[in-house]
Write a new protein. Structure first.
Lengths: 359, 188
């Protein structure tokens, strides 16, 4: 009788954890849609200057919020039914709850802001609320997926769910850095554009840190599984390419340049998955940090242009100005970007331990 | 394996930092080029009557980011109910510029600016593909007799040379940019 009760208890726990996983997957997928919509929205504003809140990128973003909300609710029901292991999934649930609270609040806040002050720029109180919500929610999704995979070793293919967990974190993190560094935030009512020197420092330190942190953390969490860095990096490039380059007719031919960026991800993937040493992780972190100016093509150019050239750059002139700036930017940023890539490796060890609940 | 990694990394940096940038910088930037046809329905009207200003513009050059048609009224201090937009097919709603507003000057795309001396209506299409035509039709009902002056011009952005504005010569407006000017006699 006692054994049977224990078996039922184990089954309930396993099923509730699967429900929690499904919720985390939905939350991550929802945030992925929000981030893709966000990147598309920046391009849409730059190219078409839409005059209404109701645009296709906004529709994609708020569909993503709805999916993430369903995911958080699903996770909550899974969590409630758990017999044990609640402590494992408490942090992911708290993160997604806080994130979705900010996200759901950001929608009406954004609409009210638009109604009162017209179209806002990239950095505005509602947008900052939205992006912070994206980051917290995506972190919760990633923690939930990773912890499920750690405590429920199952089919290998499920390990690639980690990619779905990590990618929205990268995109949301990029969104915060872009908000704090791109000069797209002045409007008729407010001048929220960051100071050009501050923006220069933020972009130079934060982008390389984030690329390295995401890629190295993903490989550690996957147990150095081959292909993880390449898939995460490749999907990031694909999303940026489709939302920031392809919609701009004048930039389509530069896809040739942008697609070269898969090489550093393939190289570091090969190095890390075959060597599995701390040294290989540090070398990879340095390489990944050093390529940030290329990976964040094209919009990163606007940040450096503010301080180094001060040119007025209309959308069809982006790649000319980008390449014109390239030698100067690389000269100024190569060392700090490598250092930030290395620092990110150290942080990746700690972050991975926190996610995997390892002392 | 180290050899493969070093060679791949070398190829990557050589291609992205030297070869491809050289190739792209060697290419000419797009030069959009507007033309503009203006029809004024009357050259003389009686006070209380209206006349129409109809514009058909086109980008006959290469792809551009913005196609602008501006219609200004140097004899007015404010547009009020004198000027009414009857129709337009630009992607963005036309904007009203009031006397005293800060506006771009000298085809600088906003880098140089001046204070507007008189009101105008500006319509924009973003982006502008070659061969696309844009129309705007205004109805104007002057409130005082005398000469009523209308300035019309078109500018494409990026403005890389004199190819990117129309007309290319003639009278200059308060922005230091060439315009067609039309005078309609309003009889008392």
């Amino acid at each position: 009788m006692e054994i049977k009760q224990k078996q039922i208890g184990n089954l309930l726990t396993f099923n509730s954890q699967r429900i929690f996983l499904a919720g985390s997957v939905l939350a991550s997928f929802g945030i992925l849609l929000v981030t893709v919509g966000g990147s598309w929205d920046i391009t849409n504003h730059l190219l078409n200057k839409p005059e209404t809140f109701f645009s296709p990128p906004h529709a994609l973003m708020y569909s993503g919020v709805a999916i993430a909300l369903i995911g958080v609710v699903t996770s909550f029901f899974g969590y409630r039914k758990m017999q044990d292991a609640k402590f494992v999934f408490r942090l992911p649930l708290q993160l997604t709850f806080f994130g979705i609270f900010l996200l759901v609040g950001a929608g009406p806040f954004d609409f009210v802001w638009h109604s009162n002050f017209g179209l806002d720029g990239l950095l505005s109180p509602p947008h900052l609320t939205l992006i912070s919500g994206m980051l917290f929610c995506s972190l919760g999704g990633m923690f939930g997926i990773t912890r499920f995979l750690k405590f429920n070793p199952s089919r290998k293919i499920l390990n690639y769910l980690l990619v779905l967990g990590i990618l929205p974190v990268w995109l949301a993190g990029s969104g915060i850095i872009s908000s704090l560094s791109l000069p797209f935030s002045n409007t008729e009512y407010f001048e929220f554009n960051p100071d050009p020197s501050f923006a220069f420092v933020v972009a130079t330190l934060a982008y390389p840190f984030l690329i390295s942190l995401i890629c190295i953390t993903s490989t550690i969490l996957s147990g150095f599984r081959p292909g993880i860095i390449s898939i995460v990096g490749g999907l990031f490039l694909l999303i940026y390419g489709l939302t920031a380059i392809v919609p701009n007719f004048a930039m389509i031919e530069s896809v040739e340049f942008y697609s070269m960026n898969i090489i550093p991800f393939l190289i570091t993937d090969l190095m890390v998955s075959s060597k599995k040493t701390k040294f290989s992780l540090f070398v990879s972190g340095g390489i990944l940090g050093s390529v940030f100016y290329m990976v964040y093509y094209p919009y990163v150019m606007y940040t450096y242009n503010e301080l180094l050239l001060g040119k007025l750059v209309s959308p069809s002139m982006i790649y000319h100005t980008y390449f014109e700036l390239m030698p100067q930017v690389i000269q100024l940023t190569i060392i700090p970007s490598i250092i930030m890539g290395l620092i990110a490796v150290v942080i990746s060890f700690r972050l991975s331990s926190t996610i995997m609940i390892e002392d | 394996m180290i050899g493969v990694i070093v060679i791949s990394l070398g190829v990557y940096f050589v291609m992205t930092v030297y070869v491809l940038p050289e190739k792209f910088l060697a290419k000419e930037q797009f030069t959009p080029s507007p033309i503009l046809e203006v029809k004024i329905s009357n050259t003389e009207i009686n006070l209380g009557e209206s006349f129409r200003v109809s514009t058909v513009s086109e980008n006959i050059g290469e792809y551009g980011d913005i196609h602008i048609v501006s219609i200004a009224f140097p004899t007015l201090s404010e547009i009020d109910e004198i000027v009414r937009i009857v129709s337009y097919d630009f992607s963005n709603s036309p904007i009203y510029i009031a006397a005293g507003d800060r506006i771009g000057a000298n085809y600088s795309g906003g880098l140089e600016s001046v204070i507007a001396e008189y009101p105008a209506i500006e319509a924009m299409n973003r982006p502008t593909h070659p061969g696309t035509k844009y129309v705007m039709d205004l109805q104007i009902t002057p409130k005082i007799p005398g000469p009523f002056v209308v300035y019309v011009k078109s500018i494409d952005i990026p403005h890389t040379s004199s190819q990117s504005h129309y007309p290319k010569e003639g009278k200059m407006d308060h922005q230091g940019e060439y315009v067609f000017d039309y005078t309609i006699k309003v009889n008392p």
